[in-house]
Design a protein around this ligand. Structure first.
Ligand SMILES: *Cc1c(COP(=O)(O)O)cnc(C)c1O
Length: 222
């Protein structure tokens, strides 16, 4: 199957769900991103700053670039001029730096709170109390250049459907609680980013609004 056919397949899976496709382009050369663009993809996800900044000028300006990997504060300045959404917001320090760098460019950057939902201790992300601490901080109250639009999580790498469902439900639960407590007046808080090539169908059933798909579109990474 070609990249274009795969993208069409996912667009069909998403039809009527209201969810959107983040095409995960990490490790793939610009020509393949262009192929995806020509097939209609407009949201690209990269997990490394250096790779994203190298590719961004080569693609049309209407691509929405989403950072989906851990972001070090000292690298925010490189993506602040163009990044649309940082899906991996996981600390107050990072939020402060995003605000500062977005302000320099007079932009608003969207961000998703990344939660720890997997069993594996290596997968990073916030706990609910940590997220609430961020949302009640003075930094958060003073934000003008970062807009928090939802939550993101990476589930355990497993075939166990019941476990995957539990993890996705946990993330949706966090989303619901935060929306009620902190975002009741803000319809822009609406995104639940969960589901990848192997588990997107379950994630959609559990309420995902962004599926992040790489290998099912481009084939296995080298
Ligand atoms: C690589 C990556 C994906 C895509 O994974 P595939 O299994 O190739 O679809 C999704 N989310 C994150 C955070 C990733 O790093």
């Amino acid at each position: 199957m070609s990249i274009a056919e795969n993208i069409r397949f996912f667009e069909e899976q998403l039809a009527g769900t209201g969810a959107r496709l983040v095409v995960v382009t990490k490790t793939h050369p610009v020509e393949r991103l262009q192929e995806a663009y020509e097939a209609g993809a407009r949201i690209f996800g990269e997990n490394r700053v250096q790779e994203m900044t190298a590719k961004q000028p080569e693609l049309p300006a209407d691509v929405e670039w989403h950072l989906i990997g851990h972001l070090q504060t000292n690298k925010v300045k490189y993506i602040a001029p163009f990044v649309h959404t940082v899906q991996s917001l996981d600390s107050l320090k990072l939020l402060e730096e995003l605000e500062k760098q977005a302000a320099k460019h007079n932009r608003v950057i969207d961000a998703l709170l990344q939660f720890h939902i997997a069993e594996e201790y290596t997968k990073t992300g916030l706990t609910l109390p940590e997220a609430e601490e961020m949302l009640t901080s003075a930094t958060y109250q003073a934000l003008r250049h970062v807009r928090i639009t939802g939550v993101m999580g990476v589930a355990t790498f497993t075939q166990d459907e019941a476990q995957l469902r539990r993890e996705f439900q946990t993330l949706r639960g966090y989303f619901g609680q935060l929306r009620t407590r902190y975002f009741a007046e803000q319809p822009s808080f609406r995104e639940i980013s969960m589901g990848m090539s192997s588990d997107y169908a379950l994630a959609l059933q559990e309420g995902s609004t962004f599926i992040r798909v790489g290998s099912a579109i481009f084939g296995a990474r080298g």
